[in-house]
Design a protein around this ligand. Structure first.
Ligand code: EPU
Length: 307
């Protein structure tokens, strides 16, 4: 039975760093989604390559996840293996010249703090975003007019055959909320950045200003995936949804936030289907009233196989 063979192989490889039947709701900030077949936590590149090779040999879908702050899994769950690059890939170092090397599993909150205490700026755009460096890079995450790619110098990834590559910034396709140029199936392992020497007080002032702005304009202490849609060129998705009168609009347990219309909030018992219906209803209304088609920033995960 191929599945048993795969279970045994992954247990042998990872010991207690493999769990079966893991709830995707517990892995995401939205808090919805059914079970994944398994959750693997490889410690290093060798283990990661071996996990990928095992999945590929049995044609099991697999997917790397970070902090789950931008993912919507279906209620049916994920028929495949989720891979979390923690704790093995979470190290980062910032040297005296402002060169930051960070593993894909590094928490961006720790990196933002390190920049502040060492007097190097460039990562403030990630403050308040609950994500790992790998997730931030894939999304080219950012705020306050900046993005994680601004200070990027190079990126390391593993292709689906387990080979590691290093790619310079010039060879990546950097777009708003998207980092292209990594081949299909490539897994980000880490990246290097050149940060700028800046007085800590100036960094602190910037961080404080961003926090205050966030507290004023975005919902706090609720389950959401941050902004649900990308901003259309020259427009704000939040403003468009707001202008369509959709603040507070709710389907099942999923609601358009009253604080910021581009945030969809889990009111407690939402399902993935509620969020998908809410998303479609919002897209339809904004299209009808404003003639623009909103594109999700949140990654809508399929149930496996087709990913
Ligand atoms: N606005 C409304 N109603 C709303 C929300 C916004 O009228 O419900 C108006 C605001 O008054 C403002 C404009 O729309 O005039 C833009 O709003 P905001 O400053 O909140 O910025 P945003 O474009 O909605 C972007 C990022 C956020 C980031 C903020 C601050 C995207 C999709 N969103 O939001 O990032 O925190 O700027 O820098 O790029 C995220 O990506 O998950 C995210 C939250």
């Amino acid at each position: 039975m191929p599945e048993r063979r795969l279970h045994n192989a992954l247990h042998k490889l990872l010991g207690d760093r493999i769990a079966w039947g893991f709830s995707t709701a517990n892995l995401t900030t939205l808090g919805v989604g059914g079970p994944a077949w398994g959750l693997a936590r490889p410690e290093n590149e060798g283990e990661l390559a071996a996990v990928v090779a095992e999945c590929r040999a049995e044609e099991w879908p697999y997917m790397v996840i970070g902090c789950g702050s931008n993912l919507l899994f279906p209620d049916a769950g994920y028929r495949g293996l989720l891979i979390k690059l923690r704790p093995g890939f979470e190290k980062f170092e910032l040297d005296g010249n402002g060169i930051l090397r960070a593993g894909a599993g590094a928490k961006v909150s720790a990196i933002v703090s390190a920049g502040l205490s060492c007097g190097f700026s460039g990562m403030e755009c990630l403050s308040g975003i609950p994500c790992s460096m790998g997730g931030a890079l894939i999304m080219n995450a950012g705020s306050g007019g900046g993005a994680v790619s601004d200070c990027l110098t190079r990126l390391d990834y593993m292709d689906s055959a387990g080979q590691v590559f290093r790619i310079g910034k010039a060879n990546l396709n950097i777009e708003y909320r998207r980092l292209g140029g990594i081949p299909q199936g490539g897994i980000i392992l880490g990246a290097e950045f050149q940060l700028l020497p800046t007085p800590p007080l100036a960094i602190k002032a910037r961080l404080d200003e961003m926090t205050a702005q966030r507290r004023k304009s975005q919902p706090q202490g609720v389950r959401s995936a941050g902004c649900f849609f990308k901003n259309p060129a020259g427009e704000s998705a939040g403003r468009l949804i707001d202008q369509c009168g959709l603040k507070g609009f709710q389907i099942g347990g999923a609601r358009v936030s009253e604080a910021h219309a581009n945030f969809f909030v889990n009111m407690g018992k939402a399902t993935a289907a509620d969020f998908l219906q809410l998303m479609n209803a919002v897209i339809e209304k904004v299209h009808k009233e404003r003639g623009l088609i909103l594109e999700p920033e949140v990654h809508i995960v399929g149930s496996g196989n087709a990913n």
